[in-house]
Design a protein around this ligand. Sequence first.
Ligand SMILES: [Ca+2]
Ligand SMILES: [Ca+2]
Ligand SMILES: [Ca+2]
Length: 257
Amino acid sequence: MRGLQSGLLVMAAVGLLAGGAMAGKVEISDPKNDDFGPGEYVYPTDAVYTPGSFDLTKFKFEVKGDNAEIDCTMGAKLEDPWRMGGGFSVQMIFVLIDNAPGGFTETPPGLNVAVDESTAWDVCVVLSPQTMARVQQEVDAKAGAMASSIIVPGRVRGKRSSINAKFKAETLGGTGDPSEWKYQVLVQSNEGFPAGGDLLTRKVNEYEGQHRFGGGTDFDCDPHVMDILGDHAQLAEYKCEPDGTTAWMATVKLVQP
Ligand SMILES: [Ca+2]
Ligand SMILES: [Ca+2]
Ligand SMILES: [Ca+2]
């Protein structure tokens, strides 16, 4: 018993040392005007979805001491038409990080994309204009086994064209340095009244509507993501069955800075 206890203490101490020593800064640029999902997706028709709103242009991630920070720059000036209070309304972003062996190949419900096993994610950070309590409630209710690996930052703010999130670095876990980790940024839209099991995500239909993206299918076999890091051809590799169920999902890889 005594041996087991000291073993656990050693493990805890190693974990703390790794956490305290962790530092690193990552920056990944993304092309402009590729906010079209697999290639043909279009924005909803309501005027709040201004051109470029879902076009990621830069992803920044930094760990400094006890704190981690994510910064996503979008192709439009952020606005808060729904008065969410944090300086933005229409965006919702899922940041996937591969920082340990193993991990998840599925993504939070509503995105309809899978992750390649070679870059299975271990931690996901959600950048939403909704309150932390609302997002956490959705995560707990809908994310299943992924829930405990999803970080809902206490502070998410939009300013000019950047969405910024701050959270405790210790929640990231993982091994090695952030510059050696892999990342994916899935750009979605904040849906206050999500369908069924969707985690606050907006649907993509065949035809765009006031609050629906267009260019996909009316079913959930198409990826519900507007912009990603890397090649969008990955998003086009999906197949729907005639009845609208999924034959296979679009599968994306995480990328190394
Ligand atoms: Ca982009
Ligand atoms: Ca992993
Ligand atoms: Ca769809």
